[in-house]
Design a protein around this ligand. Structure first.
Ligand code: TPP
Ligand code: SF4
Ligand code: MG
Length: 351
């Protein structure tokens, strides 16, 4: 990551997307994270995903908690809405914002401490309610910002930089998200932009609770031998079950792979994900099988990555609550105050 502020002007021939924006239009302030931090690579993937999807930056709301990971929204999408909340409270703030204005694209950015420790309950409720969001946990197994204490996602038996062994069982946020009913669940690695970027694109397009656990090594406190969240460990134990090769809108797509190795998943809004299967037995629509597959591989020290579960017929919180289509700030007096006859009717129905 560069520490030199980039000049405002740029080369006139930088590639542009359908809206005429360049990558620069999706960047944020210069990162102040440690050089080599996995979180910066995730920011780069978010920028790439939004550029490729041609998202108008003003349509995105990025929300986060507290931590190095939660600082990152400052470093991408500088022209989008942003709210840096309290430690562990991002999910409830995001839920409230989403209920008030369903027209925005919600990106929740959090850390393993933020979501699996202090914010564990908040994480659980946003997922089980089916809030329409792309919820990304930048998972390094430590509290990076407060100097490297084990977090709740640190594996039992893994070693801290100072040689202390973690005796507590780990929380696997992917396993929890599966159990709580998330309709899009993936895991990836900050060092694998090719896998991560299409997953982020698909999560953004998914209409429902989309969760991505991204293993993101902390080079300052958790990148040594004995850590299970280091660059070397993740590279050696990564078991990818599939690759998302395409994620498109409604335009038809063509693929040249061998029959049987490719699966096309139609999403609720008509968008399409094309999956190249790396493990022919893995079924992305089988929640129960995904749970046991994950447990089985975790017991062998393997990290399963890829799109792990997707429900094609997802429903979000607004669908469940039957809310109005318009954002609340667009409702006028007529809709908000429909008159005494309607009020009498409502009161009578509650008696
Ligand atoms: C209510 C509250 N409790 C504790 C803290 C101290 N604190 C700040 S960041 C953090 C942990 C961050 O860990 P994580 O979410 O994993 O982010 P990382 O820095 O590893 O990316 C803690 C405990 C705080 N800011 N607020
Ligand atoms: S302390 Fe760790 S998580 Fe925080 S910026 Fe440095 S490398 Fe990244
Ligand atoms: Mg962390």
């Amino acid at each position: 990551m560069t520490y030199v502020t980039k000049p405002k002007f740029h080369h006139p021939e930088l590639p542009k997307n359908e809206l005429g924006y360049t990558h620069r239009d999706y960047e944020g302030s210069v990162s102040t994270l440690c050089a080599g931090c996995g979180h910066d690579s995730i920011s780069a993937s978010i920028i790439e995903a939004c550029f490729e999807l041609s998202i108008a930056p003003h349509r995105v709301a990025k929300l986060s908690g507290i931590g190095c990971s939660s600082k990152t929204p400052t470093y991408f999408l500088g022209n989008s809405h942003g709210f840096n909340s309290v430690h562990g409270r991002m999910p409830s703030v995001l839920t409230g914002a989403n209920l008030a204005n369903r027209d925005l694209i919600y990106l929740g950015v959090s850390g393993d401490g933020d979501s699996a420790s202090i914010g564990f309950g908040q994480f659980a409720h946003a997922i089980r309610r089916g809030v329409n969001m792309a919820y990304i946990v930048e998972n390094n197994g430590v509290y990076g910002l407060t100097k490297g204490q084990f977090s709740a996602t640190a594996d039992r038996g893994s070693k801290s930089k100072r040689g202390i062994i973690n005796n507590d069982s780990a929380i696997d946020l992917v396993g929890i998200a599966l159990q709580l009913g998330a309709t899009f669940i993936a895991r990836s690695f900050s060092g694998d932009k090719k896998q991560l970027t299409p997953l982020i694109k698909a999560a953004i397009e998914h209409e429902g609770a989309a969760f991505i656990d991204v293993i993101s090594p902390c080079v300052a406190f958790n990148n040594h031998a004995g850590s299970t969240k280091s660059f070397d460990y993740v590279r050696e134990h990564n078991e990818a079950v599939n690759r998302l090769d395409f994620i498109t809108g409604r335009a038809p797509i063509k693929v040249d792979y061998a029959p049987g190795s490719v699966e096309t998943v139609e999403q609720h809004d008509g968008s399409t994900i094309t999956l190249r299967k790396l493990d022919s037995d893995y079924d992305v629509h089988d929640r129960l099988a995904a749970m046991s597959f994950l447990q089985h591989h975790a017991a062998k020290g393997q990290i399963v990555t890829g799109l792990l579960y997707v429900a094609a017929e997802a429903e979000d919180l607004h669908g469940r609550l039957n809310t109005v289509e318009a954002p609340l700030n667009a409702l006028g007096e007529k809709e908000l105050c429909p008159g005494s006859t309607v009020l009498d009717k409502i009161n009578a129905s509650l008696r």
